[in-house]
Design a protein around this ligand. Structure first.
Ligand code: IPM
Ligand code: MG
Length: 357
């Protein structure tokens, strides 16, 4: 099995290093893992002049799975868009047709006090946000800023074809089937034509899944419901932009964005696995970032791309056991627990894995 390791920028390299340790420990003498590292984001610009160097794309495309850290930093808003670190990630998702982004938001019972919401609201939260990744305002044309009558005009285009909507809808229904059988599609069909098409196509696809309970919410109401009564959600399927926003909001239900993993899949088994959090340049290189989102992303990698569900379960059990033992990075620390750094948290997970055979 070949894994492309793309640590990226900011805290990306330090959290990814913990995942690499965990993957090595889990593979040990059970299966072969070949890991190859390549630069992306600002690291790509520094190494090869572009955020997604062709060599990085090649390594990623030839792997069984991609383990990704995070990209971004002070150059996020450079006037030259093609040199922005985030452009590397967007291009990677698009070029490899990784269109289905799974962002689970699960509250670990040990962290119930770390959420900014009341325990009785977040208790038992376990949802999957499925975000479409290859369309929408992110890629629609025309786009750009131009001058009309001496004034600058900014344009982006919300665009979805029925095929793009149908393929993500199928993934949504199939995901719901494997969980609690509920799918909520989030759109803005009352105002936007693109989103009206979204709703129609989701309903058409839904006829093939009579066993799944389908509901619809507008994005504004969905944002409110996510905070008011998050337990009602099982699977949420939504477009690229709304999914970007809702998944950050959902992260806060679970205590910290430092806990949330993600997987981006296409038609095959190749997937891109990344923590939902960004590069957090303000805390980079201080050994204080939470590596658990990256480690949980490695568990998703084992499950979705390498077809190793038992090993994925083991990694998740190890994470639960270090939390139960009281280990906490600063973002989830509460008095009475044990504050550890990035490396120590990674080591604790590896030690827990070795105890659980
Ligand atoms: C995410 C991030 C990215 C996105 C950025 C880094 C381009 O916010 O993965 O949610 O907007 O998709
Ligand atoms: Mg985001």
């Amino acid at each position: 099995m070949k894994i492309a390791v793309l640590p990226g920028d900011g805290i990306g390299p330090e959290v990814t290093a913990q995942s690499v340790k965990v993957l090595r420990a889990i593979a040990s003498n059970r299966f072969e893992l070949e890991m190859q590292e390549a630069p992306i984001g600002q690291a790509g610009v520094d190494a090869a002049g572009v955020p997604l160097p062709p060599e990085t794309l090649k390594i990623a495309g030839q792997s069984d799975a991609i383990l990704f850290g995070s990209v971004g930093g002070p150059t996020d808003e450079l006037p030259d868009r093609s040199k922005r670190p985030g452009a590397g990630l967007l291009k990677l998702r698009k070029t490899l047709s990784l269109y289905a982004n799974f962002r689970p938001a699960v509250l670990f019972p040990e962290l119930i006090g770390a959420s900014t919401l009341r325990p009785e609201i977040v208790e038992g939260v376990d949802m999957m946000i499925l975000r479409e990744l290859n369309g929408d305002l992110y890629f629609g044309e025309p786009r750009g800023v131009h001058v009309e009558d001496g004034k600058r005009i900014g344009i982006n285009t919300m665009r979805y074809s029925e095929d793009e909507i149908a393929r993500i809808a199928h993934v949504g229904f199939q995901t719901a089937r494997k969980r609690r059988g509920k799918l909520c599609s989030v759109d803005k069909a009352n105002v936007l034509e693109t989103m009206q098409l979204w709703r129609e196509v989701v309903m058409e696809v839904g006829r093939e899944y009579p066993d799944v309970e389908l509901s619809h919410l507008y994005i504004d109401a969905a944002a409110m419901m996510l905070i008011r009564n998050p337990r009602q959600f099982d699977v949420i399927v939504t477009g690229n932009v709304f999914g970007d926003i809702l998944s950050d909001a959902a992260a806060m239900l679970t205590g910290s964005i430092g806990m949330l993993p993600s997987a981006s899949m296409g038609e095959g088994t190749l997937g891109l696995f990344e923590p939902v959090h960004g590069s957090a340049p303000d805390i980079a290189d201080q050994d204080i970032a939470n590596p658990l989102a990256s480690i949980l992303s490695s568990a998703m990698l084992l499950r979705y791309s390498l077809n190793r569900p038992d090993e994925a379960d083991r990694v998740e059990r190890a994470v639960r056991s270090v939390l139960a033992a009281g280990y906490r990075t600063a973002d989830i620390y509460q008095p009475g627990t044990r504050k550890v750094g990035t490396t120590e948290m990674g080591d604790a997970v590896v030690a827990a894995l070795e105890h659980d055979v």
